[in-house]
Design a protein around this ligand. Structure first.
Ligand code: PEP
Ligand code: MG
Length: 564
């Protein structure tokens, strides 16, 4: 049994590392969620109004507290908090609570029941909507604690440094983490695309998600070693070597902070480092980082809560905001990748058995060609007047066949746009020689390429060991794409999360990838790593990882070749 193990023996628990880095500090747990009330007690009819008044006061207090916190932060953190305040103030939700009180339920249970209705609805929608149920549970718990006069659940007061443990952090808590105290994050649940992961990346905080129930063995105050690159939490780690690893990490962080682009290897091989953005705001933030442009603008993220298709002019205004943040640099715009985990009300089909394998991305245009042509018209309109030094490239998601590539390229060229395709379906990688002659560039989406190559849902915490871009099977498809890219002089970029991993970035460079696009905060780490290796070592590492038995061995091989 686990608990029978000698307490002095070092033991590592494994999760999915989403932000590289070392933390060595005592564990703290977020304050527990309140026990949820059951249906039962009823309140008299003449007390319904005052009961709803009690709920309103509690909800207003919670909203006020979150708004105050939103004012102390900026960027994505402020956006997350403001969105959470929006949920507490949501009229539909408050009406639901009022209705339940009208049935005689006390405010606490009325809140639980009203929230559950929304949770069920969001879960049925799946994907990104399902991930938002964490926000709903969070506001429910805060309001219930407030109604009972209990302490607000969530972040504890932390003295000194600590590694924060939680089942899953609420967006509101993640957004206000104080990095002078919290030096690492470990969650039982969550995935690489969860709020926790996104904010941890923005804060550059070593972070592991999907670590599983086993982390519950870790008690508050126990000193742990977190390695965000390996995805491990080590208990009873040797103190001297842990402190040495921490010192090395901090030294590295200082080197990264000093790094200035453009990126190149020690022997002058240039690699273009670009930013992934979701909207104009993100683009403006990215423009402050050491990036040479935008490598992936996920247009669908600008329309997640838009119910009717925006007109060409409305779309152009949205795209222009991103282009204006980079007036003198390349911007790669991806056409709508609606469907699967990113349902867009006006584009996505509602009933599909298996949406990740369904009508998503470019496939939506088969039934609705206008969706694609209107978007391309809008992109062309937004790009009007840009200088030649600031090219606007356009790529389609989920391209799988030559016909799709040819069709899309034709539509782009008709509008004077530079056409490309995501390589994220294994078929596209395997058929690169047929696709590339139609295209001016390709960009490998390692997130989906990994999901489809390994037949493993990218959002599943249980399958995180398969959805690892270091899987040699995925890297072999990257190799094939680069081989054909070199033969046909087609630039090959990578814009999946793999591009944010400094060591993997070197391997991708060795395979022949010429641009890497990642979260703007990850770019300096990649650039600093590339600045310490030469192209021949990248190529040697690339050759060796292709023969590795699995992702862990691939990482070890790359470390040996590139870092020793
Ligand atoms: C990918 O699949 O790697 C990618 C970049 O696209 P998305 O994550 O938006 O599916
Ligand atoms: Mg994708």
């Amino acid at each position: 049994m686990e608990s029978a193990r000698s307490t002095s023996e070092a033991a590592s628990l494994k999760g999915t590392g989403v932000v590289a880095g070392i933390a060595y500090a005592p564990a703290v747990w977020v304050r527990p969620r309140p026990d949820l009330p059951e249906a039962g007690r009823t309140i008299a009819e003449d007390a319904h109004d005052s009961e709803f008044g009690r709920f309103t006061a509690a909800a207003d207090t919670v909203a006020g507290r979150l708004s105050a916190r939103a004012e102390t932060v900026e960027g994505a953190a402020a956006e997350v908090l403001t969105a959470t305040v929006g949920m507490v103030n949501d009229r539909g939700w408050r009406r639901g609570v009022k209705k339940n009180i009208g049935f005689g339920h006390p405010a606490e249970y009325a809140t639980v029941a009203a929230t559950q209705k929304f949770i069920d609805m969001f879960e049925a929608a799946g994907g990104v909507m399902a991930e938002r149920t964490t926000d709903l549970r969070d506001i429910r718990d805060r309001v219930i604690a407030e109604l009972r006069g209990e302490e607000e659940p969530g972040l504890p007061d932390i003295e000194g440094e600590a590694v924060l443990f939680a089942d899953d952090l609420s967006p509101a808590d993640t957004a206000t983490l104080d990095t002078s105290h919290v030096v690492g994050l470990v969650t039982e649940l969550g995935g690489p695309t969860s709020h926790t992961a996104i904010i941890a990346r923005q804060l550059n905080l070593p972070c592991i998600v999907a670590a599983g129930k086993k982390i519950r063995q870790i008690t508050a105050g126990e000193v742990v070693l977190v390695d965000g690159a390996r995805g491990t939490v080590t208990r009873n780690a040797d103190e001297a070597s842990s402190r040495a690893a921490l010192a090395e990490f901090r030294e590295r962080a200082a080197v990264i902070a000093q790094w200035r682009g453009p990126a190149q290897t020690t022997d002058g091989h240039r690699v273009q480092l670009l930013a992934n953005v979701a909207d104009g705001n993100a683009a403006r933030l990215a423009a402050e980082a050491q990036v040479e442009g935008v490598g992936l603008y996920r247009t669908e993220l600008s329309f997640l809560s838009t119910s009717a298709e925006p007109t060409v002019e409305e779309q152009a205004a949205v795209y222009r905001k991103v282009l204006e943040a980079f007036p003198d640099s390349k911007v790669v715009i991806r056409t709508l990748d609606a469907g699967s985990d990113k349902p867009i009300a006006y584009a996505t089909l509602s009933e599909e058995e298996n949406p990740a394998l369904g009508v998503r991305g470019l496939r939506l245009a088969r039934e609705n060609e206008g969706l694609m042509t209107r978007q391309l018209d809008a992109i062309a309109l937004a790009a009007e007047g840009r200088s030649e030094d600031a090219p606007t490239w356009v790529m389609a998601p989920m391209v799988a066949t030559e016909q799709e590539a040819e069709w899309f390229a034709g539509l782009c060229r008709d509008r004077g746009l530079t056409p490309g395709a995501m390589v994220e379906v294994p078929a596209a990688a395997l058929m690169s020689d047929q696709l590339m002659p139609h295209l001016d560039f390709v960009s490998i989406g390692t997130n989906d390429l990994t999901q489809y190559t390994m037949a493993a849902d990218r959002l599943s915490p249980q399958l995180a060991y398969l959805t690892d871009p270091w899987q040699p099977a995925v890297l072999r498809l990257v190799q094939e794409t680069c081989r054909v890219g070199a033969l046909t002089s087609t630039p090959v970029g990578v814009c999946g999360e793999a591009a944010a991993d400094p060591l993997l970035a070197c391997v991708l460079t060795g395979l022949g990838v010429s641009s890497l696009s990642a979260a703007a905060t990850a770019v300096a780490g990649v650039g600093a790593q590339l600045a310490e290796v030469d192209l021949a070592s990248c190529q040697r590492a690339a050759e060796e990882v292709l023969g590795a038995a699995g992702p862990d061995e691939a990482r070890e091989v790359a470390r040996r070749v590139l870092l020793s």
